[in-house]
Design a binder for this molecule. Sequence first.
Ligand code: AP5
Ligand code: MG
Ligand code: ZN
Length: 215
Amino acid sequence: MKIIMLGAPGAGKGTQAKMIADKYSLPHVSTGDIFRANLKEGTELGKKAKEYMDKGALVPDELTVEILLDRVAKDDCKNGYVLDGFPRTIPQAEVLDSELKKLGDAVDLAIDVEVPDENIVRRMSGRRACLKCGATYHVEYIPPKKEGICDDCGEPLVQRDDDKEETVKKRLSVYHEQTQPLIDYYTKKGILKTVDGTKDMKDVFADITAVIDAV
Ligand code: AP5
Ligand code: MG
Ligand code: ZN
């Protein structure tokens, strides 16, 4: 199954995508995680992406699309995947659709995790992330078992550079302008499902599994 996670920055796409990936044995593919991993390793791609990410802007489509298509062409993606943070623009969605179409394939489900802007800034300031496995925590709402350490792989957790209040506000406005139109795009294709992302993490996940199991 090919699933797309939609939603504002901080809506909980990554949190839920990881849980979906575990339950349904699908790879979790996050373009944001790929960029951050490259940044950590000091690659050219990482340096280029950082220029945009630090400003809260989107990385250009050409760069992002190539990375994503490379990733989903890997063997582990043969039976499907959960995309988190891609597509983020209409052109990205169109490329994905046309590439899948060439393979006689299509996206099965787009899940919009809905959270109002007011809740977002609060969530971001408490977020801590694992750059190794992509797990996400919140110091108050979803703390790790041991402070500052990833439950899954034992790496030290970090605060993301783009989680400063000003950058979060910019990311939100970019989301409304460039990514929200995708909700219409997938609604027209008849594959959009919306879940209430303000609920407790486990309740959001229960709503999501109900949606997936109904496909
Ligand atoms: P990316 O890493 O994708 O960031 P984002 O979309 O801004 O989303 P976030 O990761 O910030 O939020 P999330 O929805 O995953 O929330 P999370 O689960 O962490 O992208 C970063 C940058 O990379 C972009 O700005 C752009 O520059 C670039 N980029 C990436 N993809 C691109 C693309 N396709 N095209 C162009 N550029 C691209 O949850 C947030 C917090 O809330 C956490 O602390 C979590 O623990 C907590 N939380 C989660 N669920 C709940 C809950 N139910 N209740 C309470 N707290 C919760
Ligand atoms: Mg994320
Ligand atoms: Zn980890």
